[in-house]
Design a protein. Structure first.
Lengths: 296, 600
């Protein structure tokens, strides 16, 4: 039996490589100055889906919601082995919190057609909420297996998954279709394939075509480029709110109950050090003090 | 941004930008006609070049993020040998798996076999990047020459069966040439190849799938090979004596062997460097083999062609190691504070850094320029093989490419590997005592680079290989071409100096050429090779100086450092003193008895 997999991915600022230059004076992240990357655990989710495809056959479809630039992660997904990619992009999605995002993703997943498995990374490194995967599962009325580390068995419509926690592992069995959120210890994501990179380097959304035409003047006209991409299945479709039949009230700022009140700029700095006597009394005094300061 | 050994190397990118392979690619892509048949084939040269950048980018990221961080581990564990089987260190195996997943194998093979039809020059930029990450890994990754040799000289059936597997990275190869008594002198190879009188029934002897039906007769190999890099490979190209009466190179043929139980690995070597690369001793016991090409052409044609490719690969390897060592030294010099300042502020230290940087950039230019001629020569050969009738201009260009490839390849190998040794020496020097310790990467680079001026032909052999071409003024056209370029007023003085050095080179050539005694020529050939390669590098640096301000300063520094060396070597050549040859016996005599010494 073959399995159709959908992988939900996100383009995120590379928060692991923040230097002085990428923080604004108010302590927020200057997204424009940060390189945008494939959310790391989404790569683990994609890898798990690709392995399912390699072992059992089927199709891997990758979906992302984001600004036009998010097509970059879709190309990366193609380079790694995705069969089909879709960009969900519309000004109406802007400002979505996890609830509005998962609603939009749910509508999009329903539109992609038959599927057996939905994969998400456990959480994104920008918001770090780990909410979108579970919320999408709820809205699709799918069973969800969070913290998935490995698929131990996949047969017919049964799946056995091992979940990983800080203090242990749990093995669960579930009936398809279901949604998995995948942790970073699940696998080592494959590198992009050089051959697929060459094959898909022109893959583009309609929004990107003018820039592509400028880079490759030999196509001469937009129509010629469009025809070339269409013949090679390299047009990345962009779905809008209307395309996925979403209720606009549930999207964007409208549909987002989360409000950010304020952002604190926390600077962690070491100040002077203090010698604590290496005696039981010294240690107790330190513990008392830490309790008083609400640190312990 | 993730680390990347391509995007962090501005000189390498500059080199790629400047590199003009349009003629080569035009021919190798058959006027870009392959694009309709193979979706990955480029539409035009700009497209091809864009693809090269993509490839180098993927490779650069894998090397920086996965391979280099585990290089010390690969070195420490090294290749292993147990129960007759060779295994790679865990880190090496992981790196190979990654390179295979990234589909970076078989890149130089033609499209029809699943390759990327990559010009050798680009492939060598890849080798440089791999070697910067882990020098030992290069000996496995860098053996794509084996597949290329099968492609060039093997039978159609061999190609159809093996090349797609090389392209998918399912098999690796090894060049099996050296023997205990045949090192530099490969003509002395003793491994015997015998043609069985009755046709050999391969079907009986082989597992299904490995059909040998296309052979007209079964060859069997017997003998011992030594110092075989990656000897545990699946596909071996073995040099063996097919003509029992012969004693020299003309009795040797090249054979294809697919490793089986008759190929016995006896041991692997414990080496100073490139420890992740298994260096094997192999015994062949009645091993079935297929002839590559024609009998008697094994060494003089096929193995030489394979080695020429591998020589440039080793040049690129040395360059990669030098790049790694330079970066270690540069970082260290920035952090290490002595006398109240980072040591890179000290003239004696930054002098070394400048010198290293100049040599590395010169070498990169040299390896690329050499590669361009080698690629052009190969492209023309392909035209000839396809029966195309070249016009006189092309024929002349073909000849020029042949001449230049022949003389530049050994010079590039010689210079790059000696340069690598010099740079690693200086890099350790900058580290001081710390660099002598295992904890610092420079200690590994120093060990790894040492073999580059030894294997694939020692530096001394490269000099021999280049002497004929140099004495025949093979470089003249190229040097004249460079001298005729417009360098502008600002570089005029520098251009004058390099032109003067070129005149010196020509005087040296004519002086040595006029020498009757062969031993004298051989003795002083090393100085001639030095002068020649320095002059070439000065022109290459000057050429770059036209394009960027930083390159102009680099050229100034490099040429200022190099001209005195040219003049010094030229002085030696103009004097040609026979004294060392005459005094040799006396000086090198094993015992030296002053009492009996009558030479006073």
């Amino acid at each position: 039996m073959t399995y159709n997999c959908i992988v939900l991915v996100k383009q995120v600022p590379d928060t692991a490589n923040i230097s002085g230059k990428t923080m604004k004076d108010d302590g927020t992240v200057d997204r424009a100055a940060l390189p945008a990357i494939f959310n790391p655990e989404d790569l683990n989710a994609l890898e798990m889906a690709l392995q399912v495809k390699e072992q059992h056959g089927g199709q891997v479809t990758v979906l992302t919601m984001g600004p036009p630039r998010a097509a970059e992660v879709l190309r990366e997904a193609l380079y790694r082995g995705a069969d089909r990619v879709i960009l969900l992009s519309d000004r109406k999605f802007a400002g979505s919190d996890t609830l509005a995002t998962s609603y939009a993703l749910k509508c999009a997943v329903e539109r992609t057609g038959d599927y057996d498995l939905v994969f998400c990374g456990r959480q994104a490194i920008d918001g770090d909420t780990a909410q979108v995967g579970p919320q999408v599962a709820e809205k699709l009325a799918l069973p969800q297996i969070t913290y998935a580390e490995s698929i131990q068995a996949l047969q017919g419509s049964d799946i056995v998954v091992q979940r990983a926690f800080p203090l242990g592992k749990e093995t669960v069995k579930c009936t398809l279709p279901c949604l998995l959120t995948v942790v970073s210890s699940a696998n080592r994501p494959r590198p992009p394939s050089a051959r697929r990179m060459i094959a898909y380097k022109l893959a583009a959304t309609p929004l990107e075509c003018p820039a592509l035409l400028q880079q490759w003047p030999e196509f001469e006209t937009a129509e010629a480029l469009d025809r070339y991409l269409a013949e090679r299945d390299q047009k990345i479709p962009v779905w809008t709110a209307a395309d996925i039949g979403a209720d606009e009230e549930k999207l964007g700022l409208h549909g987002s109950p989360t409000k950010v009140l304020k952002i604190d700029y926390v600077v962690l700095e070491t100040s002077d050090s203090r010698q604590v006597p290496a005696t039981p009394e010294g240690a107790s005094a330190l513990v008392r003090e830490l309790i008083q300061d609400h640190i312990l | 941004m993730a680390e990347n050994f391509f995007t962090d190397n501005l000189d390498l990118q500059f080199r790629l930008d400047q590199l003009d392979l349009s003629q080569v690619v035009e021919i190798s892509e058959d006027g870009y006609r392959y694009h309709d048949q193979y979706p990955l084939a480029p539409r035009n040269y700009a497209d091809a070049k864009d693809n090269y950048r993509l490839l180098l980018n993927v490779l650069g990221e894998i090397c920086a993020t996965c391979v280099a961080p585990r290089a010390a581990e690969a070195d420490e564990e090294g290749a292993q040998f147990h129960d007759g089987r060779v295994t790679y260190a865990a880190a090496t195996q992981e790196a190979l798996d990654l390179l295979r997943q990234a589909e970076l194998t078989g890149t130089v093979l033609p499209w029809e076999y699943g390759g990327l039809n990559l010009p050798g020059t680009i492939y060598r930029l890849m080798i440089e990047i791999v070697s910067r990450a882990e020098a030992g890994l290069m000996t496995v990754f860098g053996l794509q020459e084996i597949a290329a040799t099968i492609e060039e000289f093997g039978s159609e059936a061999m190609k159809a069966r093996l090349l797609p597997r090389f392209a998918r990275g399912e098999v690796t190869g090894a060049m099996v040439l050296t023997e205990p008594d045949a090192g530099s002198d490969l003509g002395a190879v003793q491994t015997r190849a015998t043609l069985r009188a009755e046709p050999f029934d391969f079907a009986q002897d082989r597992p299904p799938g490995a059909a040998y039906a296309e052979t007209t007769g079964g060859w069997r190999l017997n003998g011992v090979k030594r110092f075989i890099t990656n000897g545990g490979a699946d596909v071996l190209l073995v040099l063996a004596r097919s003509e029992p009466e012969s004693k020299d190179a003309r009795g040797l043929s090249l054979f294809l062997v697919e490793a089986d139980e008759t190929v016995h690995i006896r041991r692997i070597e414990h080496k100073l460097g490139v420890r992740s690369s298994p260096t094997c001793e192999i015994q062949f016991s009645d091993t079935p083999a297929q002839l590559i090409g024609k009998r008697r052409f094994g060494l003089i044609r096929y193995a030489m062609s394979m080695m020429n490719g591998a020589r440039l690969a080793v040049a690129a390897q040395a360059l990669g190691i030098a790049e790694a060592a330079y970066r270690e030294a540069s970082r260290y010099a920035e952090k290490r504070v002595q006398f109240g300042q980072p040591i890179r502020a000290i003239p004696a230290v930054y002098r070394m850094l400048l010198s290293m940087r100049g040599e590395i950039e010169a070498t990169r230019a040299l390896v690329c320029e050499t590669g361009r001629w080698v690629d052009l020569h190969k492209a023309y050969e392909q035209c000839v093989r396809q029966g195309e009738n070249p016009d006189p201009a092309d024929r002349q260009r073909h000849k020029q490419a042949d001449r230049l490839a022949t003389v530049l390849t050994p010079l590039a190998k010689y210079y790059a590997t000696e340069m690598g040794n010099r740079v690693c020496y200086q890099a350790m020097q900058i580290h001081g005592g710390a660099g002598y310790m295992r904890e610092f990467n420079v200690e590994r680079h120093y060990r790894d680079v040492r073999v580059t001026s030894i294997y694939e032909g020692t530096s001394q052999l490269q000099i021999v290989a280049s002497t004929g071409g140099l004495l025949g003024h093979a470089l003249d056209d190229l040097l004249n071409e460079w001298a005729a370029l417009d360098y502008g007023a600002e570089l005029a003085a520098l251009q004058g100096q390099v032109a003067e050095a070129t005149a010196l080179l020509n005087q040296c050539i004519d002086r040595l050429k006029g020498e009757k005694e062969r031993a004298l020529i051989d003795y002083y050939a090393a100085d001639l090779a030095d002068v020649a390669v320095y002059v070439i590098n000065c022109w290459l640096m000057l050429r770059d100086a036209r394009l960027a301000g930083r390159k102009r300063e680099m050229a100034r520094v490099y040429i200022a450092e190099t001209l005195p060396k040219i003049r010094g070597k030229a002085a030696v050549l103009q004097a040609i003193d026979p004294a060392p040859l005459q005094a040799r016996d006396l000086i090198l005599a094993e015992s030296f008895d002053f009492a009996q010494d009558k030479s006073f």
